[in-house]
Design a binder for this molecule. Sequence first.
Ligand SMILES: NCc1[nH]cc(CCC(=O)O)c1CC(=O)O
Length: 304
Amino acid sequence: MRGIFRIGTRGSPLALAQAHMVGDALVAAHGWAADQVVIVPVRTTGDRVQDRALAEIGGKALWTKELDRALADGAIDCAVHSMKDVETIRPASIAIAAMLPRADVRDRLIGADSIAALPEGAIVGTSSPRRAAQLLNLRPDLRTVLFRGNVDTRLGKLAAGEADATLLAAAGLERLGRHDLGAPIGIDVMLPAPAQGAIGVEVLAANDAARRLIAAIGDPATSTCVLAERALLAALGADCHSPVAALATLGTRLRIEAALFSNDGRETVTGAIEGAPDEATIGPRLARDLLDRAPPAICALFTG
Ligand SMILES: NCc1[nH]cc(CCC(=O)O)c1CC(=O)O
């Protein structure tokens, strides 16, 4: 390719770091000059609204709408997202052209060495219904308070004493050069959010040239696993406020494990199934199984 390839992204430090990872991967894969990629920050609704829980805002596509528009307008050639923040149902005009190799999928606890080590009645800052429910499931004595904003904002709130501890994705901390912060929570203790740790690159579905260029930096195993997790979410009728954890892994077989919670964390239903490495229905199959077994307090949170 001659000319410039424009990478759209949100403007947060984490989003910019992720966009630079995609830019570096493109430069390496195609032998481009470093200045052939430009990062184009785009402000999204989710970035503007910092003071309320996303669940209260209620709208969909908080992180994607403006980047979708920039793609449609031809202002950018691709858009980089944390797949965790990309709603399950996307416009048909947009295609996920690649996902970078998945990073550490775990959450990290900052403020104590482990969940068991948190003092009785400790306050944990999080805005994630999944993390809140998982914590309360393990430790009903804990209290959770709303923590929003980007990673630095949340760390600032912790330092200011607004909570005793907080949970953040290891992947985000690593990308910000903060791997030293906190202790990783094993996935046997806390299963991650669906798509956690995966960076996706979207293009206009009709833009074959961009699709091909982006596909070169993709990790097919990551896509297989994350798409399975997204198919589970779709079949559950879950959205970003649903207390659901899921992780797919690909070895000789494709395996997916998931847990649904009531909002107070008191109830949970868990399950896992395996299928052939290319079995696209593994997510929906597990969704059905979980919903069949879920108590009313959990079923009420899912429309699937
Ligand atoms: N919801 C915000 C968000 N979206 C993606 C990440 C981390 C990076 C990733 O999971 O790939 C984070 C921060 C966090 O949960 O700590």
